[in-house]
Design a protein around this ligand. Structure first.
Ligand code: PMP
Length: 389
């Protein structure tokens, strides 16, 4: 059923169709761009290009209107049920979005003795900003406890019992991750909301979910969503932070606000339109099916260990594919060497430390998929992997 649909979408990615001998398997790092996004960039730079928020001639007005319009479209894409009471700040990506929350909003929420709960083994962009806020407050004599958001190694999901024990009257804020960028866990954010109750703000790192699967802020009941435009098929240097304004103070980005990245913002609007037309639910079904094909195939090969959503390598623990990320190790070949070997066969994969916080996962290969990837690519990859004993 999805075959012809997928072929039609794949054909819209010039870099993919121009390189049939290569397979791009690193979409968790950044996504390739469909023609509609390239067209929107061309249009923005050639039809009415000027700085936004300055000047009152037609091109300047068009740029200012573009920024306001795309704010509304980001809200729409995220299923915002109350757009009059939310804000969208354009950023260069997830990292800047999380840093905005940590720098310009969180300190105003916290008093001496308060506690925040954050992930210790997710992307470092979802740990360092919170530690920075803690250090900043400490210098002002405000001591904040930073606690680890607990996971259950058997399920790979949040641990509701441990979370319930951790949360107390001084818990003021939780940072969570929607999809883990190494283990591929598609986290049940509702468990966090249930544990902390209705009043504690939750900030979601949605770098690996926006553009890959449906994301609804109404359904998730979170207060901040940070994501990267470039991972959602828009230009590098584009991204957004969506902020609900009802739990805690309003987010007012401090310091100087420079010229907005109007071209990136135009590309983001085109990418979100493209994703909505393609259907993020269908994209998710496609990439999850490909990832399951890969992880099932890998598990039939003796030489590999698949790191699953369950964050353990226990042979008997089930790995349920819930997103398009598969990370694995060869028992004898190092990840770097494996990466070189795979590229000699045309496969582009991720092999280094994955920017994971803490000890981090350093010795694995990550395969991450998007709508342009095909079952044939997975089967060719498995054939090469099977030949490496
Ligand atoms: N969080 C997660 C889960 C990520 O996967 C990434 C990118 N790998 C980031 C944050 C940072 O995104 P960016 O580099 O676009 O700021």
């Amino acid at each position: 059923e999805l075959g012809p649909w997928q072929r039609a979408l794949r054909a819209q990615f010039p870099i993919i169709t121009a390189n049939p001998e290569l397979a791009y398997l690193d979409s968790a790092a950044t996504g390739q761009k469909p023609q509609a996004v390239l067209d929107a960039v061309q249009e923005q730079l050639t039809a009415a290009h000027a700085n936004a928020g300055r000047g009152s001639y037609p091109w300047a007005n068009a740029s200012t209107a573009l920024v306001a319009d795309v704010r509304d479209r980001v809200k729409g894409f995220l299923g915002d049920p109350d757009p009059a009471r939310s804000a969208v700040h354009f950023t260069s990506g997830t990292t800047e979005g999380l840093r905005l929350v940590a720098r310009d909003w969180l300190p105003g929420l916290l008093a001496d003795g308060d506690e925040i709960v954050v992930p210790f083994a997710d992307h470092e962009a979802n740990l360092e900003p919170w530690l920075e806020a803690q250090r900043l407050l400490e210098r002002q004599g405000v001591r904040i406890a930073v606690r680890e958001l607990p996971y259950q190694s058997s399920s790979g999901d949040y641990d509701p019992a441990a979370l319930a024990r951790l949360v107390g009257p001084r818990t003021r804020f939780v940072a969570a991750t929607h999809v883990h960028h190494v283990y591929g866990g598609n986290m049940n954010v509702h468990l966090v909301r249930r544990a902390v109750g209705p009043d504690v703000p939750i900030c979601l790192d949605a770098a690996q979910s926006v553009g890959h699967l449906p994301v609804s802020v109404a359904e998730l009941d979170v207060d901040f969503v940070a994501f990267s435009g470039h991972k959602a098929l828009a230009l590098p240097g584009s991204g957004a932070l969506w902020a609900r304004q009802s739990r805690g103070p309003e987010l007012r980005p401090g310091g100087w606000q420079g010229s907005p990245n109007t071209t990136g913002i135009a590309s983001l609007a085109a990418a979100l339109d493209w994703l909505a037309a393609a259907g993020t639910d269908r994209i998710a079904r496609w990439t999850v099916a490909l990832a399951a094909r890969l992880s099932d195939g890998l598990r039939r090969l003796d030489a590999y260990d698949v790191l699953g959503c369950q964050r353990s390598l226990a042979a008997d623990s089930p790995v349920q594919q819930r997103c398009g990320i598969v990370t694995f190790r060869h028992r004898d070949i190092g990840a770097r060497d494996l990466g070189f070997i795979l590229f000699s066969h045309g496969f582009m994969v991720r092999t280094d430390g994955h920017c994971q916080a803490g000890a981090g996962e350093t010795s694995s290969v990550r395969i991450s998929l998007h709508v342009y990837n095909t079952p044939e690519e997975i089967d060719r990859l498995l054939a090469v992997l099977a030949s490496l004993r």
